[in-house]
Design a protein around this ligand. Sequence first.
Ligand code: ZN
Length: 322
Amino acid sequence: MGRAHERPHFGGFHVQAIVCPTCEVLDVKTLGMRGGPYQREGLGVATAIVRCRRCGLVFPNPFPFTPSPAALYDEPETYFRLHDSETKVRGNRLIVRRAIQLLGTRAPSVLDVGSGRGEFVRAAQLEGLTDVVGVEFSPHMVEDAQRVLGVHLVCSTLEEYAQANERLFDAVILSAVIEHVYDPDTLMRSVANSIRPGGVVYIDTPREPNLRTYVGNTFNWARRTRAVYNLSPTWPPFHVFGFNPRALRALLSKHGFQIISLSVSGNPGVLAAGPLAGRKLSGSAATVFGHVANVLRLGDNMTVWARYGGDECGQVRERFKN
Ligand SMILES: [Zn+2]
């Protein structure tokens, strides 16, 4: 198949200075270094990690771009080795029910962006929805969705899909997407262009920074190393943007969305991984750590529902001008 040759190796990134995509200026504090010699297993390439002083967004700068981003995700079995499809389908059914509740309609139209192996689309079908579109830019993920769950996905980016299909959905789902894209500002503009006024968007993304990164970074600072634990820009899972409640609120309001609910949570098991792995953190200590993270709202996962205000927000939008 030659796939190994098509995949960019970790040295295949080219770096370029960027500004905060939300604020459109560069007003940042440098948190430290990540990747290569600054990563415990030597993964990826070294990049500086910064935090926008205005909105709190965390990102690498200069930013490591790759010429073919889809190739980073082209081996579903490797990329999703920690996930279980059935569990994901079950979890997604709850998201579908919440969308139905928020929209007040039994059969909303839904666009799932970055569908991966199609678990959300499958969950929506199981909940009786008939107008569900899943777009996924990795051809191997699309094949896998068809093979494993029998789910048909459209192989494209959101931008390409929106250009080709001028239609508005009741709900847009962004599950584990916004931390991966190279321009979250363009992504949210495309989401706004794909959603009807009064429609809702669901976003699921890691919370950055979180208690785990704060503790790990402080530990490194005490050891006088510049390494930090925020993001994984150049190795799996390729998280390039780190959102927190303030940063997400800023991006959403810029594009005419108002937050309905925002929750931060952490899985104690996951919190004990990363910087604390191998440091003899007992099960009970991990649980306490998880509880502390949740009390402080510094868990490492964040979910948000927001409603699109459309023109009521005074946004002048030029749809599909090209
Ligand atoms: Zn910013």
